[in-house]
Ligand binder design. Structure first.
Ligand SMILES: O=CC(=O)O
Length: 323
């Protein structure tokens, strides 16, 4: 029987593909570390039965209309705001994502940003590199404590709960806001549910782990930053689109809030000229939440397993619910 054609939108290691080659016929964008151009993608999907894509690919209505054979889209990310689920559903295309395998790694990164911003790690490292350390003094690079401070987690999904577990270890009272209450987090971690505004007012660290949807777009706006404490630190490891970046810039520049740790941006990639990069009280990362070698490898394997299981009739392992 003819093997399903799978278009892989980024160069991935051969050893990931090899175990699946008996069952799937791979075509791949071969240029290392460069996203596939849109016109190439539109051409390639014309024949594809499946696509393994990254969050850099916009899987929109136009693309689905161009892909008559397409049955499965395996997104190498837990977030899937790059995919038009309605258009996929209308054409009975299965969409899968990569939950669970990246939960702990992303929570590690969120916590790294929390410590980096509060204890001024990047700024202090730059201080030495720039030859500024001439003597020790009592308040040299003094930051703010983590232990005993209240963490406010916005979006208490799997990653949110993992961040909460780390916060518990640091002796931080945990508050959260979510669409629905999470009895497990309340009972096991002592997390307190709060409405959004109350959380903003109470938290010392506001951590965004909320997916980007029409409801959450620019949720963290001028109004939200004004409600936070002037000592508050804002951490974002979800999507840049949940933040009004201009409002965040002003909030940081005018000391409405104290600092920010950002792994994601409204338009990615950003460069050294981005206004937020120029602020000393911001730590910026290039969207590396799940970027450990172990986890990125697991994510690719999960994409492959989803494709294989969908085509061999077993059904996808981690389908996105309403696709
Ligand atoms: O941002 C990364 C992901 O959604 O997995």
């Amino acid at each position: 029987m003819k093997k399903p054609i799978i278009y892989v939108t980024r160069k991935i290691p051969d050893e990931i593909l090899v175990p699946y080659q008996d069952s799937l016929d791979f075509r791949m964008w071969e240029e290392e570390d460069i996203p596939v151009p849109r016109d190439v993608l539109l051409e390639e999907v014309k024949e594809a039965d499946g696509v393994l894509c990254l969050l850099t690919e916009k899987m929109d209505r136009e693309l689905f209309e161009n892909a008559p054979q397409l049955r499965v889209v395996a997104n190498m990310a837990v977030g899937y705001d790059n995919i038009d689920l309605e258009a996929a559903q209308e054409r009975n295309v299965i969409v899968t994502n990569t939950p669970d395998v990246l939960t702990e790694t992303t929570a590690d990164l969120a916590f790294s940003l929390l410590t980096a911003t509060s204890r001024r790690i990047v700024e202090a490292n730059d201080y030495i590199r720039e030859g500024k350390w001439n003597h020790w003094s009592p308040y040299l690079m003094a930051g703010s404590d983590i232990h005993g401070k209240k963490v406010g987690i916005v979006g208490m999904g799997r990653i949110g709960e993992s961040i909460a577990r780390r916060a518990e270890g640091f002796g931080m009272p945990i508050m959260y806001h979510n669409r629905s209450r999470k009895p497990s987090a309340e009972n096991d971690l002592g997390a307190t549910y709060m409405d959004f505004d109350e959380l903003l007012r109470e938290a010392d660290f506001v951590v965004s782990v909320i997916p980007l949807t029409t409801e959450t777009r620019k949720l963290f706006n001028k109004d939200a930053f004004q409600k936070m404490k002037t000592s508050a630190i804002f951490i974002n490891v979800s999507r840049g689109g949940v933040v009004d970046e201009k409002a965040l810039y002003h909030a940081l520049n005018e000391n409405t809030i104290h600092a920010a740790g950002l792994d994601v941006f409204e338009e990615e990639p950003i460069d050294a000229n981005h206004p937020l990069v120029k602020l000393n009280n911001v730590v910026c990362l290039p969207h590396i939440g799940s970027a450990s070698v172990e986890t990125r490898t697991k994510m690719l394997h999960l994409c492959m397993d989803n494709l294989l299981a969908s085509f061999n009739g077993e059904g996808p392992i981690t389908p996105v619910k309403n696709s």
